[in-house]
Design a protein around this ligand. Sequence first.
Ligand code: ADP
Length: 456
Amino acid sequence: MTIRTRLTWQFTIIVTAIVLLFSVFIYVFYAEFRREEYYSRLEKKALTTARLLIEVKEIDMNLLRIIDNNALNALHNERIMIFNLSNDLIYASTDDLDPLPVSPELLDRIRREKNLEWIHNTNETLGLTYDEGDTHYVVIASAFDIYGRRKLVNLRFILLAGSLVSIVIAFLAGRLFSGQALRPITNINREVSQISGDNLDTRVNTGNGQDEIAQLATNFNKMLDRIAAAFSLQKNFVHNASHELRTPLASIISQIQVSLSKERKEDEYKFLLQSVLEDAQNLTRLSNGLLELAQAEADTMRTRMNPVRIDEVLFSAQREALRSDSNRSIELTFSELPENEEALTVLGHERMLLTLFQNLLDNACKFSDDHKAAVSIAFANGFVKVAVSDNGIGISEEEVGRIFVPFFRSEPARQFKGHGLGLSICKKIAELHGGSIQVQSTLGKGSTFQVSLPHN
Ligand code: ADP
């Protein structure tokens, strides 16, 4: 069921309940008012008749019948009876073939209760006592409220018809208003359904820019901005990755073609093979980098985390970095070691943390003439902070914001080997551990990369 239909029905049900309640209220009160008013007329009529018969000596039963039946206030289907103390009927306004059944018990009850109302054959019937000196009479009057009842039927019809019309109007109005209220959502829905990967630059209309729906549209547009950015990053990534793969592959193929073009000396073959090997190693490094990036992005890594001592990881990274190039020099400084060794421990993935620091040490040594890196460790607010500094080529202000983008390499760095994947891997690994990585750098002077990781 759509929201529009649901809102329409909810609105209709509420209005129906109110209208019906109101109608029932009016009907019940009017019916009660009619009843009371009719009984009061009946009482007046009964008392007048009794008074005329009992107090006016000149009036006998026949005359009273004539007066009763012709009076202006004669009631429809009216019957009046008067009984004396011995329960003898001393007056009856009509010789009706369907007289009111009056038993001595009923008369006694009227004498006891003084005033008794009941319905006899749809007639309102009233029994009351009338006292004249020591003589007590019982007067019973009965009549049919033909006009009052007709008015009641009319009222019932008016209320029913009115309620029905109101309910139909409520339904139509509910449908109209809910349609109007939901129109912006319908529009957004239509616009959104037309957005695909090919037109990610399309934005939905934000309407008046103020209400909740406008906020939804604005947030949706912001989300589209982020998706478009991620999408373009992804496109660039694939483009850059295939470019990086193609270069060494093309070089390998052309070298093999050259070597096969004619007979060559052994030295030349050795030289060619050496060059092919370098290209193949380059490819391996690239594919390893891509694999590490994919792993760092996989959430499943979170489930394989254990307590890891950062100082031990740093020593291992230092060892690995020195093994790959003996010209390097890496200095580890633990000036402010914590009293509690727990502060040195992070919940993490040891091999990935090793990759992170190895990449930073490799870069520091690679991008500096002295091939030196200095590592220091600090502890603050539940974080272990490891800083890797060098006195190398540094990064310009314009480029520093882009160095964590996969395959980005700054202008001065292009003379060094690399694919531009290391730092993006480092960033992903730091984030996977709930940490972050920051850089401070001056072009031509050196850089400091600081990794913050929450300790265990
Ligand atoms: P690669 O080292 O393969 O170029 P990285 O992702 O590790 O790729 O680094 C990306 C870029 O960031 C480098 O090309 C370089 O421009 C810059 N960079 C990283 N580390 C340093 C550093 N220690 N000194 C100067 N520039 C650096």
